[in-house]
Structures are given as C-alpha cells and as structure tokens.
Write a protein that binds this ligand. Structure first.
Ligand code: DGL
Length: 259
C-alpha cells in the first residue's frame, strides 16, 4: 500500500525549510507542501493561545490541500500547541523540540547551552524535558531576541547578526558549555556564522535529522510512504517571496497566498 498525498510542513516563516531539507533528503520520493506563515513571525513572542490559533489555521490549510501527515517545523509551535493539534485532528503530527537529551547525555563539562525563542524556553513541554535531564547538568538558556526577524528579512550574513550572536554566545562559552542546542528551526541557517564565534570543541546540535527519521518511521508504520516518482514540492508564503526563493536557490515553485 502507498499514499501519494503530500507531507505538510509549516513554520512561522522560512526556518522550517531547514527541517524540510532534511526530510526531502531522506525521503526524495515524497511530495510536500510547505507553509511559511511569515506575516505572523515571530511566533516566539506570542501568547500560548495565539500560537495555538495560528497552528490550527495552518493545519486546516494543509489538510485542505490533501496532506497525509503534518510536520510542525517550529519549536515554538510544537512546545506550545502539539498536544492540542493531536487531540483535535485525526492525522499524524511530527513536532520538533530542542535536543536537550543528547546534549545532556553526551556532555563532558556538564554544561550545555540552549538558544531558543522566549515561547519555547517558557513552555511547559520544554521545562518538563529540561527537568528530566538537568540533575547534574548546568543548562545555560538564552533567548535569541531579534534573530528570527533578521533571518526573515534576509540578513543572515549581516554585521548586526554577527554582533547579536556574539552577545548571546560568548557568555555561554564562558560557562564552559561543550554542546550548543539550536532550539529554533530558523537557527541552522546561522551555523556557518556560529562556528566562527564559538570554539571548535563545542558541538552544535539541531533536531532536523531526527525529525526526518521520525517522518519516515511513522509513514512506514502506516504503510503511507509514496511510490510516486512524479513528486511536487510546493512552497507557500503569506509575505514576500524573495527570501524564501533565495533560501531554496530558486529551485522550487514559491507562491504568495493569503492565509
Ligand atoms: N522557527 C521557530 C522555532 O523553531 C519560530 C521562531 C519564531 O517565530 O519565533 O521556534
């Protein structure tokens, strides 16, 4: 049995494309529909209820487009709304959460850093996970104020970005972290700059590959992998298409739609 319907992926903007890339690499025969809710970015500064409402809106649209599974490619949305999504809709949801567990288990200095949005760091789900792994580990939390806005505006390599990252990362380095967890799907786009700021011995951890693997496991368990070779990867944004096209190297169709 096969299911050739697309996988739906959404984020508050272009960040989830870092996750989509991992899914596409692992499952190249799957069609996909990506929603960048950029007009409402950043989610990280919104209330829990606002985030839940936006997630429902995105899910309804992806379901109307026939998606068979939805990837919530946003840590803020996952940690605040995945429970409500799963309780409401009858399809599988795969979320993304900061990879605190592998970082804590592998830390030799017993100190790890996490860079994420305010919405993620203050969520119940994140705090429950942290509690489980923080017994002998110092967890240095930092809200990445302003980073998502700069990425959405296309200023990834800007002076302003470098200065903000130095301000956030240097104090973590002083706390002797040996793992830096990227707790926001926008941040993998910053890895080349982050590597220039922090020492080489600090491992940078993001959850993209784990999410892609989980998509494969769930689709295969449900006999819902695609057997189609005429795949289509479509991207929709409710804001400007320029930055998203650039991130995708102009290789895929990007449409502007109001949602
Ligand atoms: N990409 C998102 C995340 O993973 C959200 C960023 C935001 O909109 O604040 O948390």
């Amino acid at each position: 049995m096969a299911n050739n319907n697309p996988i739906g992926v959404f984020d508050s903007g272009i960040g989830g494309i870092s996750i989509w890339k991992e899914i596409h690499q692992l499952l190249p025969n799957e069609s996909s529909i990506y929603l960048a809710d950029s007009i409402n970015a950043p989610y990280g500064q919104k209330s829990k209820q606002e985030i839940i409402d936006l997630c429902f809106k995105n899910t309804d649209l992806l379901l109307n487009k026939g998606c068979k599974l939805i990837v919530v490619a946003c840590n803020t949305a996952t940690t605040n709304a995945i429970k409500q999504l799963r309780a409401t809709y009858n399809i599988p949801f795969i979320g993304i959460e900061p990879a605190i567990k592998p970082a804590a288990l592998n830390s030799k200095t017993k100190s790890i850093g996490i860079l994420a949005t305010k919405g993620t760091l203050s969520s119940e789900l994140f705090n429950n996970t942290t509690e489980l792994y923080s017994e002998n580990i110092k967890i240095v939390e930092q809200v990445g104020v302003g980073l998502v806005e700069l990425i959405e505006a296309g200023y990834i390599d800007s002076e302003e970005m470098i200065n903000l990252l130095k301000k956030y990362l240097n104090p973590m380095v002083k706390e002797n972290i040996d793992h830096l967890v990227l707790g926001c799907s926008h941040y993998p786009f910053l890895i080349p700059i982050i590597k220039k700021i922090i020492p080489k011995n600090i491992s940078i951890i993001d959850s993209g590959k784990a999410v892609a693997k989980q998509v494969e496991i769930i689709l295969s368990e449900q006999n819902s992998l695609s057997n189609n070779h005429n795949i289509l990867n479509e991207f929709y944004t409710n804001s400007n298409t320029t930055v998203i096209k650039a991130i995708l190297n102009n290789k895929y169709p990007v449409s502007k739609q109001d949602f």
